[in-house]
Each structure stands twice: as structure tokens, then as C-alpha cells.
Design a protein around this ligand. Structure first.
Ligand SMILES: Cc1ncc(COP(=O)(O)O)c(C=O)c1O
Length: 506
């Protein structure tokens, strides 16, 4: 929960300060990276970025006095400050996004669960199951494949009004846990892309009662700690670990994320696992931005998020007054599956204008506005600490224009909204499916085959086809409808031919 006082001196940003000092010291770099602090750059790159970022883009050869000649030690200091600010026992900076954090949590879960198994079982291909809602981000599948853990999917419910999946209720988790013979961990997404979250507190109790880990993809919740009117953090609700894409909502560079841990056994396993997963040449710019973003939040987060919350509330009211548009509000909390909601996400239905999400995205782009994502009947606009009344005013103005342009036109009958396809039967574990021989096939002809790769609309990045699942006609219909509505699909075997990979069973 929100807490204003910290244990450590949050006015410091040791990583950022050390890095600046290195550039001030004017050390002549006989070390990587090869651009030598921007001395040799393609002119186009230099005019696009300027020299400054290159001055600070040094590798771990860094040896400024301010870094105590030991950047590793300064990194640990910066991570300790982040743990204090984000309410974790231990925090690791990530330079490969939350994707790396999710993979690391699942690899750690495999080790954690394996250490409780007999030696023969410990080395089996799939050493346990992870309970996970079906609408996970693709990085979770990647983590399961790497870790050799099998998913036990829990179905989400599809909200037909908004065309989005809602989190499964605690009873569904309980039933799935009761059916699993080899449960290794609970894995939840909190919140989802649209800022909507289920009953993580109850799921934490289920996991703790069963002596299982609770791991959380909190990619969209790095700001939660810093304002009481945002949802509580996953750790405060009982998660053992959570990965947050600081880059998605805070003032930090893309790819910079954090892994927060409240379980000592997991914390001990992490340095080795992260060393396996991530580059040995982390970008110090990413680390410095995490250090500074943490300081900004600890010192000024409440004020900044207060402003963002006020802006979102005003934007929501104004959008809801535009004929044909509807912006999701706190009424979502009345749905039994939903317990928490982040008001800074503006989920806007556009089908009342006779448009699909992609139509609206393209039309808004022509008016100088780029939204975060387009769904079947909606667009999603994010409000964060970098926005002000001017930006929000421009969004509302563009939406009004769009509504006006549409009002004279005959609106087609509301599009038939696809349901979230029911997942096909899981025939193979994702790991086995990915490792199997494969063949390429037209999506349209794939009914009854077993998927060998994930196929998904992106964003939000939730796989419709999961490796190992039997492909159903419903899934094919859903993907085809996404295509018709102009939504980008990833995971094709050949994008130009719209073919997919399936398991070759001979
Ligand atoms: C729900 C969710 N989880 C995980 C990720 C992966 O995060 P990152 O891009 O920081 O690797 C994303 C990215 O969009 C996401 O939306």
C-alpha cells in the first residue's frame, strides 16, 4: 500500500550520478562500445540523437571514482534504493524488459519446485504445472517453454461489451489447483493491458495455503506504489515476486524494467538466472534511467500521479459526452471478476461511430494522435506523468472531430463482435510443441492441427494460438476477424502468405 516514508535516502541516484561523473572526468575510452562516446557516428544518427546519449553510453568498463571503481557495487546500491521505494525485499534492474523478468520468475519457479521433487522427477521434461489465466502475454509462454513447466490454463471471461478478456475469478483458480497433480506456482497478470485486475489478494491466500509461489506479471503497474488512488501493488497483496515494465508508465527508457522479490529463496536464485537470460553488456543508460525514475517517483510520485489521475478523470468525462463514444469508468468494478482498476487507462469504445478500433487508430493518427492500441471495437489511450492538459485537450478535440466526421455518414450495423475463442485442447506442452518437427500451413486450413508457435494480435500480445494446443475453427475465425479489422497479427510462418507453423505428426 502507499507509504510515504522510506528507509533509505531517496534523494540519491548513485548510478546516474556515477555515470555523469564518468563523462565529466573526460576519460579517454579504450573500451567498448565502439562509438567511443560518440566520436564516430553516422551523421544521420548524430543529427537525430545528438552526441549526449553516446557520451553516457559506456559499458561495464566504467571506472569513475564516483562509482568507487566498481559499477556492480553502485548498481546494487541503486537496486537497494529501488527495493525500498517499490516496497520489495530485493529488486533487480532488468535491461530486457519485463519479458526477462517473467522468464526469470518461471525459471526460478522450476528450480524452487524441482528442489522439492525426487531426483528422477526433478529432471523430467515438464517438472510441474503453473496455474495461469489463458489471456497471458506471450512472454509467459516463452518463460514456460524455457523453464520446462506446463501451463494449466484458467479460462478468462470475455466481456462482449468491451471486447476484452476479464480476469478469472478465485473459484476458477481454486478448481484448477485442485485438478493439478504437480503444481509448481500460481502466475497472474495484474493488472491487464486495460488496467483491470482481479482478486489477487484471494489468489495470494490460495497460493500461500498450498505452500506455492505466487508470481505476477505487473508490467502495467509500476506506478501503483506511488498514489493511494491507484491499485495496491502485487507485492503488498502477497506476491512472492513481480516484474514491472517501468518503461511503460514511468520516466525511464524503453526496455528498462524491474523485478521485485519478497521471497528470500527466489532472491538467492535470481542473479544466476538473470545472468543466463540477459546480455552481459547491459545498457548503462537504461540503468541510469531506472535509478532516476525511481528517485522521481519516491520524491514526487504522489503529486505527479495526482495530476495524471485528474487529467484522466476530466478526459473520461469529456469523451463520454461525445456522441457515439464511451470511455470505460469505475463501473467496471461492479463486475464480480474485477477488484481493482487503474483510471489512467482510457479504454474508448468507437463502434458507436461505426468504426473498428483500427479504423479509429488510423484516423486519429492522421490528426496527429497516436494511441497505445486498437482492439476490435475500442482504442486504448494511456495517460501518464508526461501528459498535460494540452495533450489531453488534443486527444479530446481529435475524438470530437472524428465523431463529427462520422455523424453524417450512415453507420453500419454494429460489427459482430468476436468472442474470445475457447482454447483448443492442450495436446502437447508448449515446450514439446516448439521442439517438435513442424510444417507450414495456411491459417484457413489449420483446423484440427496442433500449433507449433504462438499466433497473436499485437498489442495486446495475448496468444490466440498457443504451441501445443489443437487449433479450433473459432480461433481461426477470431484471427481472421482481427485481420479484417486491420489488427496486426504476429507469429506467422510467412507474413505475406499468412501461413502458420503446426506440429508435423508422422
Ligand atoms: C501484460 C504484459 N506483460 C508483459 C509484457 C512484456 O513487457 P516488456 O515489453 O517490458 O518486456 C507486456 C508488454 O507489452 C505486457 O503487456
Amino acid at each position: 500500500m502507499y507509504r510515504a516514508e522510506y528507509r533509505l535516502d531517496q534523494s540519491r541516484a548513485p548510478f546516474l550520478e556515477g555515470l555523469r561523473q564518468y563523462s565529466i572526468d573526460k576519460i579517454i575510452p579504450f573500451h567498448t562500445p565502439g562509438h567511443k562516446q560518440g566520436r564516430s557516428l553516422d551523421p544521420g544518427l548524430q543529427s537525430a540523437l545528438g552526441k549526449l546519449p553516446f557520451l553516457l553510453d559506456v559499458s561495464d568498463e566504467i571506472a569513475s571514482q564516483a562509482h568507487g571503481n566498481d559499477s556492480e557495487k553502485v548498481l546494487r546500491e541503486a537496486e537497494a534504493l529501488a527495493a525500498d521505494a517499490f516496497g520489495a525485499k530485493t529488486t533487480f534492474f532488468l535491461h530486457n524488459g519485463t519479458t526477462a523478468g517473467i522468464q526469470a520468475m518461471l525459471l526460478a519457479a522450476r528450480q524452487w519446485a524441482g528442489s522439492r521433487l525426487s531426483v528422477e522427477k526433478r529432471f523430467m521434461e515438464d517438472a510441474g504445472e503453473v496455474l495461469v489465466p489463458r489471456s497471458v502475454h506471450r512472454s509467459v509462454l516463452g518463460g514456460l517453454i524455457l523453464a520446462g513447466l506446463a501451463p494449466r490454463f484458467i479460462s478468462d471471461t470475455w466481456d462482449a461489451e468491451w471486447s476484452i478478456p476479464l480476469p478469472p475469478p478465485p473459484e476458477a483458480w481454486q478448481a484448477a489447483a485442485a485438478n493439478s497433480q504437480s503444481l509448481a506456482a500460481y502466475f497472474d497478470t495484474y493488472p491487464n493491458y486495460y488496467g483491470i485486475a482481479g482478486h489477487l489478494d484471494e489468489i495470494a491466500v490460495l497460493a500461500a495455503d498450498g505452500d506455492k509461489l505466487l508470481l505476477v506479471d505487473e508490467a502495467h503497474g509500476a506506478h501503483f506504489r506511488f498514489h493511494p488512488n491507484l491499485p495496491p501493488t502485487a507485492l503488498s497483496l502477497g506476491a512472492d515476486a513481480s516484474a514491472q515494465s517501468a518503461h511503460k508508465v514511468l520516466g525511464v527508457l524503453t526496455q528498462a524494467s524491474m523485478l521485485h522479490i519478497n521471497n528470500e529463496e527466489l532472491a538467492v536464485l535470481m542473479p544466476q538466472i538473470l545472468g543466463i537470460l540477459q546480455s552481459t553488456s547491459p545498457s548503462f543508460l537504461l540503468y541510469a534511467s531506472l535509478d532516476a525514475g525511481r528517485r522521481q517517483m519516491a520524491q514526487d510520485g504522489k503529486r505527479l500521479w495526482q495530476r495524471a489521475l485528474e487529467l484522466s478523470s476530466t478526459a473520461r468525462e469529456r469523451i463520454n459526452r461525445i456522441p457515439g463514444l464511451q470511455c470505460l469508468g469505475e463501473e467496471i468494478l461492479k463486475k464480480p471478476q474485477v477488484k481493482f482498476w487503474d483510471p489512467t487507462k482510457l479504454l474508448i469504445r468507437v463502434d458507436g461511430l461505426g468504426l473498428s478500433g483500427s479504423d479509429a487508430e488510423i484516423r486519429l493518427r492522421a490528426k496527429g494522435i497516436q494511441v497505445e492500441l486498437a482492439g476490435l471495437n475500442h482504442i486504448l489511450a494511456l495517460i501518464a506523468i508526461g501528459d498535460g492538459p494540452e495533450e489531453v485537450g488534443a486527444l479530446v478535440k481529435a475524438l470530437k472531430e472524428l465523431a463529427r466526421e462520422q455523424s453524417g455518414l450512415r453507420r453500419g450495423s454494429p460489427a459482430r463482435l468476436s468472442q474470445l475463442p475457447r482454447p483448443g485442447e492442450m495436446i502437447l506442452s508448449p515446450r514439446r510443441a516448439v521442439l517438435s518437427s513442424r510444417r507450414e500451413i495456411d491459417l484457413a486450413a489449420a483446423e484440427g492441427e496442433i500449433a507449433a508457435a504462438d499466433v497473436l494480435p499485437y498489442p495486446p500480445g495475448i496468444p490466440v494460438l498457443v504451441p501445443g494446443e489443437k487449433i479450433t475453427a473459432e480461433s481461426i475465425d477470431f484471427l481472421q476477424e482481427c485481420r479484417r479489422k486491420g489488427i496486426e497479427i504476429r507469429g506467422w510462418a510467412d507474413t505475406s502468405k499468412e501461413t502458420i507453423w503446426v506440429v508435423d505428426i508422422d
